[in-house]
Structure formats: structure tokens, C-alpha cells
Design a protein around this ligand. Structure first.
Ligand code: ADP
Length: 672
């Protein structure tokens, strides 16, 4: 085994690889961009090397900078993690050329599988069933159109070099093909540097089932059973489990055999995943092979009780596979839920921001059946430059129902505030009867979306009371600063330390709760307050301790709560739940009215990649005006109504801040 390992990645996977490497006695070197100087993975490794500015293209995707960092730190091997350069054959070659060991498959295997068209052709030849479709060299619209016609609509247009669910469009009928091809090509060129596309039959309600394979350089290959990753949004996995539930045994064996055949066909070495779609007709089709460790490798680790990073390192060091097929046994059931900084309410838009609060449950009591992998800690920023994954929650149970129950419990005990996340959404999935029943396919989230997004109900009275106390006690330094900044004497932020009104004077705190406004008149009573809540008066008091925890007394009951603030938003975390309220500050409201029309501002910081309109252009409601790229995804900014573009404030390539007005627009209705 080599002595020193460089991890060419960041976030939870970098932390995870460091853990195993240290346990094996290796020295570890992290790499980091300027945005990640204080990141957890940097602190976790023995040494760390800066590899460039924040944008991934200048740092985590910069092959020369990473190879140079490996040289500088005298690392002997490089682990690529997943994402970034993990499936980049040039990177694997550059690492080997520098005389280092690449912890991954040979460059040839990466190259062959990196192109979905080439991969499908190889698999067809190896006798593995592939999704019916066109994966030829002809790329003009007429050829793709003819192919689509032959396959039969709906079809899926996919970037050959695609990954992460990007560069993919479902096309329902011939009229929509042209626009879809153009959009895919643009996304593919921007994200993968190659605009080649393939066309596939779009299967309805398939399950995503994949097989973990492992091969060593001595000709041994095993599979480590299957995983179901059907719970997806934007064609990206959110919840994965192992094994895939309710698969007929014969089919499971056939899939495993096909996966091994796929690995052998390309002389595979290392960890790989062969992905299949399991169609409604009971057949399975090869979709693609990922030549790296997957995000969801953790559920397989739980299932077979193995450390797959340790396996990778052993194989890279030239050792034989730690176990043979007959020594591998699948026990129980494991589920992983991915906690993302993203907004399910806004089509899962990634969100940056500071993790004001991030508390994980104490896992000691779970006796190894719960694991949480993360690359961030409370107070960290979630940079907008990279994938917004915050943590992976992995649970194991003797049976699937036990694992589902445990997942619900652990998710309930996680506290996050300051950044919008999918935590409530994950909780809703874990509690969903269809999920409990194992009734999953790739349409699960779309089908159940309304129920999964069920809006928070009005704040329970006690949560509202806690929000009032937070404002009244105003212990947070931030609140004091806000109060000092605010010029408005009406602002509730002014009710910080030392607020004393005479007994009879009333002050009214107003919150926006969901769509409703609620006003709570407050009277000062001795050392506390009398809150006139909608259901009646409540005596309340308390203090905010040095750690920022609100220790409240609500009608004689002592409660510990956390309230995190973001602007005028308060997120109250207590009683195992959380609730977000907005404090109505008259000054903020007045400013809000002058804000540009919704929809024409950048919903997040990002880069302008396309400007579709010129000043003076007449557009119909819904027309795409500007395309933004942020956190690895494209977002179209569309016309809110029929109207005229007055001015465009940015050009392709420009970086924009969240809330920046992208263009000025004259709405027909307004000007009428
Ligand atoms: P990526 O490499 O971007 O992850 P994949 O080819 O692995 O793309 O597909 C991602 C997801 O898209 C799949 O898990 C599945 O949900 C969906 N998908 C892909 N191909 C098809 C298809 N032919 N029919 C239906 N859904 C598909």
C-alpha cells in the first residue's frame, strides 16, 4: 500500500475518503479552492494544498493544478471521489503519467463508458440488453428526428457525455424535438464540452436499479448486489436503498450477471456501477456504467458490511479483492437520504447561504445502524460554486420497514436553519405510505409532489410565542445590529435589550405566516410578557443564553428552542419541528414594493449563459428571456406576461448576484 494519498475532491466524499485512509494508516492530502479554505475536508486531512480560485473550472477541475499539488505534497496516489474529475480519462492518464497511482479504473475503461453512445454499443455487443434507441454518429436534426420517429414518442434526448441528470430532455411529440435538441446541445457543450446527443425510448414509470461491481487487476470480479435509486428529482437521485426491494430473484441474478459481463467487456478494474432501467414490462435495460464510486455506495457498505473505499485503495495498490463472491452476503436493508441545500418549492432550485444551525442527532444509541456523512459544520457557508449536498443520512434495518422507520426518526432529529433545504421534503417521503409500501419508480416525486410539498400549517401557538420571545428578548447580536441599522422607530427589532414600556402600553408584533398575517399584541408584565395570541393570552418570558439558545417559559412550561434569523425571517426550531415566520418591518415592506417584477431577477447567484432577447423585443408570456447557470444547473428566466423587453442588463458570461435585476420589462397590462 502507498503511504500518502491525495484526495482530488471536496465536501463529504473528501472527508469520507480521509477517514478510511487514516484508518488504514495512510497520510492524507486535501486540495481546496479559495472558497474552501476553511472547509471541513481541509481540516480533516493531514495536509492541504490550494489549487485555485472558487469556480470549479479553475480548481477542482484543473488537472494540472491537482497533479502539481500531488507532486508538491509527495503524494503517491490520487483518489478522485465522485463528480469533478472522477470520470475524466485525461485526469487518470495525467495522474499515471506523473508516476502516481490513480485510485480508479484504467483510463480506457473510463473513456469507453464516459460516452453513453459508445457504452451502449459495447454492451449490445456483449449481449447486455440496452434501452432501445439511436446512438449513432449522425447528429443533424433530420437524423435524430428520423430516429425518434422510428423509436416512437415519447423519447429522451440525452447528452452522450452527460451526467448528473443534466443535458437531458423528454420529448413528447415531433414538434418539440427541435427546441429540445437545441437546449440539450447547449447544456451539453457548456457542461461537458461536447454537444453529441443520443435518442432513447422514454420508458414510463421505470425503476432505476443498479448493480455495484468490483474488479481487481488479477482478473477477479464480483458484484455487491443491487440498489434502487428511483426516488429522483430532475433525474437526480435523492433517496437510494439496497437491496432493490421486491425484485424477482431470477431477475436480480440476471442483472448481476449482466453487470459483471459489462465490467468484463471493458477490462474493468476498481469500483463501478452498472445502471439499468427496470421497465414496467418486467424487463431491464442497460442505461450506463459509472466508472467510479457512487454517492450512494454507502447503502451497499451497510448491506454487506464493507468499506468500499478501503476496497478501492487495496485494488489500486495491486492487491486482490478483499472478498470473493461466495463470501459476500446481503443482510437487512439500507436507505440513504441526501440532504441538499435546495428549495423543493421552487423546483428544487439549489440554494447557497450560511448554515446558521446544523445539529445532527447523537448516533451513539443507534449501535452502528445510522451513519451521517457530511462535509460541513454549523456556521459554514454552502458555496454556490459546487453541488449543494449538505449531508447523507444512511440507516440500516433488519427489514425495510425498520429501516424506513429509523430514517424518519433520524430525519426528525436533524436541525438545519439559515439555508433552505429539502429536509422537510425528505421527512415527507420517509413518512409517505407509497414509500413505506416500496411502491417506487422514477415518477414517484412528480406523482406525489403536491402531498410531499404540503405547506406548513399555520404556526402552532407555542411556535408563534417563541418567535415573539426571540424578537422581544432580541439577544442575538445580529438583531441588535439590525436594530441599530434600522431607522424606523416602529421596527420590532428595536425591542432589544432594555425594552421597558409601562404596563398598559401595548406593542404589536406582526408576522407573515405562510400567506397569512398574524398580529400579536404584547404587554410588559413584571419580568416577562403577556402575549395576546390568536387563541388567547399567554404569559411568556425567558432568556437567550450565550450559545444563542432561547430558554423560554411559556405559561409555566420550560422549553429550549433555537431561532435562526435570516434577514426578517425567523426559523423557530422546537418540539422536534421547525417553522419559518417573517417579521413584518414597515421599512422592509416599503422597500419591497419598489422591487422589480418577480421573475426578472436572478433567483440565485450565477452566471448568465444565454440572452434570448434584445431590447425592443416583443415576447409572449412564458418565453425564455435569459438562461442562468448556477450550482451546475440551468435556469430559464421567462416573461411574466406578454410585453416588451426594454433593456437587458447583462451579457452571456456575466456573473450575477442573487436578486440582481436581469432586464427591464414592460408588461402590456401595466402600460395599457
Ligand atoms: P446521468 O448520467 O445524467 O445520471 P442517466 O442516463 O444515468 O443520466 O439517467 C438518469 C435518470 O434519468 C435515470 O435514473 C432515469 O430516472 C432517467 N432516465 C434515463 N434514461 C431514461 C429512459 N430511457 N426512460 C426513462 N427514464 C430515463
Amino acid at each position: 500500500m502507498f503511504g500518502k494519498l491525495l484526495i482530488a475532491n471536496r465536501g463529504e466524499i473528501a472527508c469520507r475518503v480521509v477517514r478510511t485512509a487514516k484508518a488504514l494508516g495512510l497520510r492524507t492530502v486535501a486540495v481546496f479552492s479559495e472558497a474552501d479554505r476553511d472547509a471541513l475536508h481541509v481540516a480533516a486531512a493531514d495536509e492541504a494544498e490550494c489549487i485555485g480560485p472558487a469556480p470549479a473550472a479553475d480548481s477542482y477541475l484543473n488537472i494540472d493544478a491537482i497533479v502539481e499539488a500531488a507532486r508538491r505534497s509527495a503524494a503517491e496516489a490520487v483518489h478522485p471521489g465522485y463528480g469533478f474529475l472522477a470520470e475524466n480519462a485525461d485526469f487518470a492518464e495525467a495522474v499515471e503519467k506523473a508516476g502516481l497511482v490513480f485510485v480508479g479504473p484504467p483510463a480506457g475503461a473510463i473513456r469507453a463508458m464516459g460516452d453513453k453512445s459508445v457504452a451502449k454499443a459495447i454492451m449490445e455487443k456483449a449481449g447486455v440488453p440496452v434501452v432501445p434507441g439511436y446512438h449513432g454518429a449522425g447528429q443533424d436534426l433530420a437524423t435524430l428526428g428520423k430516429a425518434a420517429q422510428k423509436i416512437g414518442y415519447p423519447v429522451l434526448v440525452k447528452a452522450c457525455k452527460g451526467g448528473g441528470g443534466r443535458g437531458m430532455r423528454i420529448v413528447e411529440d415531433p414538434a418539440a424535438l427541435k427546441a429540445a435538441v437545441a437546449a440539450c446541445r447547449r447544456e451539453a457543450r457548456a457542461a461537458f464540452g461536447d454537444g453529441a446527443l443520443l435518442v432513447e425510448k422514454y420508458l414510463s414509470r421505470p425503476r432505476h436499479v443498479e448493480v455495484q461491481v468490483f474488479a481487481d487487476s488479477h482478473g477477479n470480479a464480483v458484484h455487491l448486489f443491487d440498489r434502487d435509486c428511483s426516488i429522483q428529482r430532475r433525474h437526480q437521485k435523492v433517496i437510494e436503498e439496497a437491496p432493490a426491494s421486491a425484485l424477482p430473484g431470477r431477475l436480480r441474478d440476471e442483472m448481476a450477471e449482466a453487470a459483471l459481463a459489462a465490467a468484463r467487456a471493458i477490462g474493468y478494474v476498481g469500483a463501478g456501477t452498472v445502471e439499468f432501467l427496470f421497465a414496467e414490462d418486467g424487463r431491464f435495460y442497460f442505461m450506463e456504467m459509472n466508472t467510479r464510486l457512487q454517492v450512494e455506495h454507502t447503502v451497499t457498505e451497510m448491506l454487506v458490511d464493507a468499506d468500499l473505499v478501503a476496497w478501492q485503495l487495496a485494488v489500486a495498490a495491486g492487491e486482490t479483492l478483499p472478498r470473493r463472491q461466495g463470501e459476500l452476503e446481503a443482510a437487512g436493508h439500507a436507505i440513504e437520504a441526501r440532504l441538499y441545500a435546495e428549495d423543493p418549492e421552487r423546483d428544487f432550485l439549489p440554494c447557497g447561504g450560511r448554515l446558521e444551525r446544523f445539529r445532527l442527532p447523537d448516533l451513539d444509541g443507534y449501535a452502528g445502524s445510522v451513519r451521517i456523512d457530511t462535509g460541513v459544520r454549523e456556521g459554514d457557508d454552502i458555496p454556490i460554486h459546487y453541488d449543494p449536498l449538505i449531508a447523507k443520512v444512511i440507516v440500516w434495518g433488519e427489514t425495510r420497514p425498520r429501516a424506513v422507520q429509523r430514517l424518519g426518526r433520524v430525519l426528525a432529529d436533524i436541525q438545519v436553519a439559515g439555508v433552505v433545504t429539502n429536509l422537510d421534503f425528505l421527512r415527507a417521503i420517509a413518512a409517505h405510505p407509497a414509500f413505506a409500501a416500496g411502491d417506487v419508480d422514477t415518477g414517484f416525486i412528480d406523482r406525489h409532489l403536491a402531498g410531499l410539498l404540503a405547506r406548513e400549517e399555520a404556526a402552532p401557538e407555542r411556535m408563534l410565542a417563541l418567535a415573539c420571545l426571540e424578537v422581544l428578548l432580541g439577544g442575538a447580536a445580529e438583531a441588535r445590529r439590525a436594530a441599530l441599522r434600522s431607522a424606523d422607530p416602529q421596527s420590532p427589532w428595536h425591542l432589544t435589550n432594555g425594552w421597558r414600556l409601562n404596563e398598559d402600553s401595548r406593542h404589536v408584533l406582526t408576522f407573515v405566516d405562510g400567506a397569512a398575517e398574524v398580529a400579536v399584541p404584547v404587554r410588559y408584565r413584571g419580568r416577562g410578557f403577556l402575549l395576546e395570541l390568536p387563541s388567547g393570552p399567554m404569559a411568556a418570558g425567558g432568556e437567550i443564553d450565550d450559545a444563542g439558545t432561547l430558554i423560554a417559559d411559556l405559561a409555566g412550561t420550560r422549553i429550549q428552542a433555537t431561532v435562526s434569523r435570516q434577514g426578517s425571517q425567523l426559523t423557530v426550531i422546537a418540539f422536534g419541528t421547525r417553522h419559518t415566520l417573517t417579521v413584518v418591518d414597515p421599512a422592509a415592506l416599503a422597500a419591497g414594493q419598489e422591487a422589480p417584477a418577480a421573475g426578472l431577477t436572478a433567483p440565485m447567484p450565477g452566471k448568465v449563459v444565454q440572452v434570448e432577447v434584445k431590447p425592443g423585443a416583443r415576447v409572449r408570456r412564458g418565453a425564455t428571456l435569459v438562461v442562468l447557470e448556477a450550482m451546475k444547473m440551468e435556469h430559464a428566466i421567462t416573461a411574466p406576461a406578454d410585453g416588451t423587453v426594454v433593456e437587458v442588463h447583462f451579457r452571456p458570461g456575466d456573473q450575477v448576484e442573487e436578486g440582481a435585476e436581469l432586464l427591464s420589462f414592460d408588461d402590456d397590462e401595466d402600460s395599457a
